[in-house]
Design a protein around this ligand. Structure first.
Ligand code: ADP
Ligand code: UDP
Length: 238
């Protein structure tokens, strides 16, 4: 049985620990909730647990549908065992409906259904506020190769093909989401998390927000809303 050894990294919402196996890590989903690149931070009770179960469900769903992820198994309410990836410092975003930064950047209204999904890359860098970058930046600055870029794009679109209908079937709109990938044994594998912290989910009928925008915009009932989304997907959170 693998257990937590030295701390590898502690980020804004999760802490990673080395294990006795140099190919796997234990990730702890904490209750810390942050927005605006760490400027707004609060502890929200149950968040770590809700996100851990939410992430496990989605990662397993993606694996069952042939997509390689870092997820190995749930270990406890707030801990999961994952493959240790060599992370690519790039965020891959897909948008099905306008919201968030694309509205601010391009002067769009929130809530416009896009004719086809929009794909964007951002550099993972809080002091620089995660600037948008393109394929050319990624290659020239050696963040990833052209081949890896292609793989990340294809996998991000594949996640949309799998998850958009999953949310829709359960009365929700998958508005947008952010994915992070890493290298493992020569392959590009989905890492990090898929939880309401890193995507936008709206009730399909009322367009009520069931994601971190409730925290960003002080709408209240943040974790209650994450739990509504989880419950609708059939995720059992003890
Ligand atoms: P942040 O670093 O943005 O504050 P988190 O608190 O979520 O975010 O920290 C998790 C960190 O762990 C992120 O930097 C992410 O890139 C990294 N990470 C996620 N999954 C893995 C993995 N399987 N192997 C190595 N690093 C990972
Ligand atoms: N996102 C994220 N981490 C980031 C930036 C964005 O998880 O550092 C997610 C965010 O929750 C949303 C999507 O990526 O689901 C697109 O975010 P956007 O570019 O609209 O930025 P925001 O308005 O959230 O700052």
């Amino acid at each position: 049985m693998l257990s937590k050894q030295s701390e590898l990294y502690s980020g804004k919402a999760k802490t990673l620990y080395n294990t006795q196996d140099d190919k796997s890590l234990i990730v702890v989903f904490r209750d810390d909730t942050s927005a605006f690149d760490g400027v707004k931070v609060e502890q929200l009770a149950r968040k770590g647990k809700v996100n851990n179960y939410f992430n496990a469900y989605i990662m397993q769903y993606l694996e069952e549908h042939g997509l390689k992820t870092h997820f190995i198994k749930l270990l406890s309410d707030q801990e999961s065992l994952v493959k240790k990836l060599d992370m690519i410092p790039i965020e891959c975003v897909i948008r099905n409906i306008t919201a968030g930064s694309i509205c601010r950047r391009l002067g769009l209204e929130e809530g416009k259904e896009l004719e086809q999904p929009v794909f964007e890359f951002f550099l993972k860098n809080d002091p620089l506020h995660d600037p948008m970058v393109n394929d050319s930046h990624i290659i020239v600055f050696n963040w990833a190769t052209a081949h890896e870029i292609e793989a990340m794009k294809n996998l991000t679109f594949r996640v949309n093909e799998l998850l958009k209908p999953l949310f829709m079937k359960n009365g929700m709109l998958l508005v947008d989401y952010k994915l992070e990938f890493g290298r493992f044994g020569g392959e590009i594998v989905l890492g990090d998390e898929f939880t309401p912290d890193g995507c936008r989910i709206w009730d399909a009928a009322t367009r009520e927000k069931l994601d971190k925008d409730r925290f960003r915009k002080d709408l209240g009932n943040v974790i209650e809303s994450y739990e509504i989304a989880a419950h609708r997907l059939g995720i059992n959170i003890p």
